[in-house]
Design a protein around this ligand. Structure first.
Ligand SMILES: [Zn+2]
Length: 298
C-alpha cells in the first residue's frame, strides 16, 4: 500500500470589498480530527451526525476544523479580528496569521485595533508574547464580561485550565492598555459588538456597516458549516456554556438570515464567507463563490 498523497498547497488569503471597506480573510491554519461526533454535537447521536455528513458529502468521523481570522480596512483604520494562535500554535498547520497579514500587504505596525471576540487560545494567542504586544501600535479591544470572567478565574472548567493560563500570560500584563466594551458598543464608527454569550462567558459577534455594505462576523457562534447551521441546538464540544451558546446561536443566525447580509465565521471552511438561509427548523450556510469579486471596485 502506498502512503496517502500529501497535498500542501491551498488558498490562505481572500480579499473582498464590503461597502467602503476592504476585508481580508486569512487562513490561520487548520487541524484534522477524527471525532466529528462528539466534536460538532455532544448532545446528538453519532448516527445523526453521520447522516448529516452523508447529506453534505463529507467524510465521517474525520473532520477538518479551520481557523480564519478577519482583517478589516475601513477608510481610516486597520482592524485585525482574532489574530490566531501566534506562538501558542498547537499543531504544524497553524500559526499562519502573520505570514497572511504580510501577504495582504499589511505589517504588524500598521494595525490600529486588535479586536478579540473571546479569550480561547486560537483567538488570543497572537495578541502578545512575554508581555510584548504583537501589534505595537494597536489598541486591544475585548468584551468586559469576557475579560472579567477570565480575570476572576472562577468556575473555569478543567478543560479550560490551559486557556486560563494563556489568558494570564497574554492579556493580564496588558490589563491597563485594554479597551473593554459591552454589547451594543461601537468599536469604531459602523462596527458594533453584539452579545453572543455562551460559547464563552462573554463571546461577542461584530456587525460592520460601511457605506452601502454590511458584514456580520460570527466568530465562534458556529463551529461547523453544516451542523451548527442545520442544528443550532447542537452543542459544540468547545462551548463553555452549551445551553446558552445554543440560544445565542439561533438568535444570531436568525439576525443574519432576516437581514440577508454576508457572514464570515472563524471556524467556517476557508474562505469562510457566505450567507445564512433559513431552512426547516434551522438554517443553511450558502458559501460565497464569485459574487464579492464582481463587487470589487463597485
Ligand atoms: Zn475558536
Amino acid at each position: 500500500m502506498t502512503a496517502p498523497t500529501q497535498i500542501s498547497l491551498r488558498p490562505r488569503l481572500y480579499q473582498f470589498p464590503i461597502g467602503d471597506s476592504v476585508i481580508t480573510n486569512v487562513l490561520e491554519g487548520f487541524i484534522q480530527r477524527h471525532d466529528m461526533h462528539p466534536f460538532v454535537a455532544t448532545n446528538a447521536t453519532a448516527a445523526d451526525v453521520a447522516e448529516l455528513a452523508r447529506m453534505y458529502r463529507l467524510p465521517f468521523p474525520a473532520i477538518e476544523h479551520n481557523f480564519v481570522s478577519t482583517v478589516v480596512k475601513t477608510r481610516d483604520k486597520l482592524i485585525v479580528i482574532d489574530p490566531g494562535f501566534g506562538s501558542a500554535a498547537p499543531a504544524p498547520n497553524t500559526g499562519w496569521f502573520m505570514e497572511g497579514l504580510e501577504g495582504a500587504g499589511y505589517g504588524a505596525h500598521d494595525v490600529d485595533i486588535v479586536l478579540i471576540s473571546h479569550c480561547h487560545p486560537d483567538h488570543i494567542g497572537n495578541v502578545a508574547k512575554d508581555g510584548v504586544p504583537t501589534f505595537p501600535n494597536a489598541e486591544i479591544v475585548l468584551g468586559r464580561t469576557e475579560f472579567d470572567f477570565w480575570n476572576a478565574g472562577k468556575g473555569v472548567s478543567e478543560m479550560r485550565r490551559p486557556t486560563l493560563e494563556l489568558f494570564q500570560k497574554t492579556l493580564v500584563p496588558l490589563k491597563d492598555q485594554l479597551r473593554l466594551i459591552e454589547p451594543g458598543d461601537e468599536i469604531v464608527a459602523g462596527l458594533t459588538a453584539i452579545d453572543a454569550f455562551g460559547h464563552s462567558a462573554g463571546h461577542l459577534v461584530f456587525h460592520l456597516t460601511t457605506g452601502d455594505g454590511e458584514l456580520l462576523m460570527l466568530n465562534d457562534t458556529t463551529a461547523h458549516y453544516a451542523g451548527s447551521f442545520a442544528h443550532p441546538e447542537w452543542h459544540f464540544a468547545m462551548d463553555d456554556n452549551p445551553e446558552h451558546a445554543a440560544v445565542s446561536r439561533r438568535r444570531i443566525l436568525q439576525f443574519a438570515a432576516d437581514r440577508t447580509i454576508p457572514v464570515v465565521g472563524f471556524h467556517l471552511p476557508f474562505p469562510a464567507i457566505g450567507f445564512v438561509e433559513q431552512r426547516d427548523e434551522g438554517f443553511e450556510f450558502r458559501p460565497a463563490t464569485y459574487q464579492f469579486n464582481l463587487n470589487a471596485g463597485g
